[in-house]
Structure formats: structure tokens, C-alpha cells
Design a protein. Structure first.
Length: 202
């Protein structure tokens, strides 16, 4: 039996989600919750430029976003996070994405083609979802300047944008400003890179 591109994407999404849930359940770490100190983590940059660490953004407000190319809501959130990075970056705000695709090269091309202004780690083995106790994709953690989790956002819909913006702005307004560390923009994919179809809102 053959499937069209839309059906294939849906099947890939379902199987990917199932694999992620199994990975999360297999982990022994308890879930990170509001008020907890955010885990310290590092890993290879998705663009292959080196290593990324959350320590690089110490003293800033950081939005840690877990995403995957097989997750339609994640794909809708990418341009929104890019706009938020541009809007608040000069105020000491930083988006730090974590990609969990097993196919690192495909994820790299996908991310680069969208010209994101913020960096992404690559975690194909799912170690960070276990460390955070992730249960839903996408999930994002808004971390204050002291390194504590201020707010957790699960899933993504267009109506969530203003809530996300207001939480970021409130946290920035409530804490002293700090100089931001320039983001590492993702490398542009070559013109021959494989184009991947973006998903839809769930």
C-alpha cells in the first residue's frame, strides 16, 4: 500500500511521538517543574559549528524549546520564536532550541533553510528530554536570570503567541537588564538541499 505525502507525514509524526514517549518513560529523572532550578546541559550544535551550553547564556532570560521536524506544532512555532528572538534579544533574552530528530542531517537542512536567528542543539539520542522529564512535544521552558524555571509551555497553537510574549516581557521587565550574547545563526542550506513540507496546527 502506498501513501501520499500528507499521510506519510502523519504516520511519521505518530511513530515519532510514540518513540519519544517511550524514551521519556524509560528515563529515571523526575519532571522539571515551575520554580525548579533548570538543569545544566550542553551538546553539539545542530549546524555543526561546535558545542552549545546553556551556561553561555547565564544571567539572561532563556527560552529552551524542544522541537522536531516530524512535529507539526513545532514547525509552526519556529517562525514565532524567531520573531521573539529579534524582538527581545537586545533586552537579554535568548531562545535555545533542542532538536530531537534521529536524522541529524535532515534536521540541520530543515532548520538552516528557515534562517533561524537563534541556535539549536542536536540531541538524537533523547538524553535531554529524559533530563527534563519531557511528556509532550513541543515543550518549552522559560528560565529567569537566576536559572530557575519561571513558566512551562506545552504544545503550540497560534493563539498561544500573545501568552508566550507576555510571559517573556513580564520576566524581562521584572528583572534587571543584562547585555545579551549574540545568537549563533544557523548556517544556510545549499540550494540543492532537500525541501521538507511544513506541518499544520494540531
Amino acid at each position: 500500500m502506498t501513501y501520499g505525502p500528507r499521510r506519510a507525514l502523519q504516520r511519521t509524526f505518530v511513530f515519532g511521538m510514540a518513540a519519544l514517549f517511550c524514551t521519556a518513560l524509560a528515563g529515571s529523572a523526575s519532571a522539571v517543574e515551575k520554580g525548579h532550578r533548570a538543569p545544566k546541559f550542553s551538546g553539539p550544535s545542530l549546524d555543526g559549528s561546535g558545542k552549545l551550553s546553556i551556561k553561555e547564556y547565564q544571567g539572561q532570560v532563556v527560552y529552551v524549546d524542544f522541537w522536531a521536524s516530524w512535529c507539526p506544532p513545532c514547525l509552526k512555532s519556529l517562525p514565532v520564536l524567531d520573531e521573539l528572538q529579534k524582538e527581545f534579544g537586545s533586552q537579554g533574552f535568548q531562545v535555545l532550541a533542542v532538536n530531537v530528530d534521529k536524522d541529524v542531517e535532515a534536521a540541520r537542512e530543515f532548520f538552516a533553510e528557515r534562517g533561524a536567528s537563534y541556535p539549536s542543539l542536536s540531541d538524537p539520542k533523547g538524553q535531554l528530554p529524559r533530563q527534563f522529564g519531557l511528556e509532550t512535544m513541543p515543550t518549552s521552558y522559560l528560565i529567569d536570570r537566576e536559572g530557575r524555571v519561571h513558566w512551562i509551555h506545552e504544545g503550540f497553537k497560534k493563539k498561544d503567541v500573545e501568552k508566550i510574549r507576555s510571559e517573556i516581557k513580564a520576566l524581562l521587565d521584572a528583572s534587571p537588564s543584562a547585555p545579551s550574547t549574540p545568537s549563533r545563526p544557523a548556517k544556510r542550506a545549499p540550494k540543492s538541499a532537500r525541501q521538507m513540507k511544513q506541518g499544520i496546527d494540531r
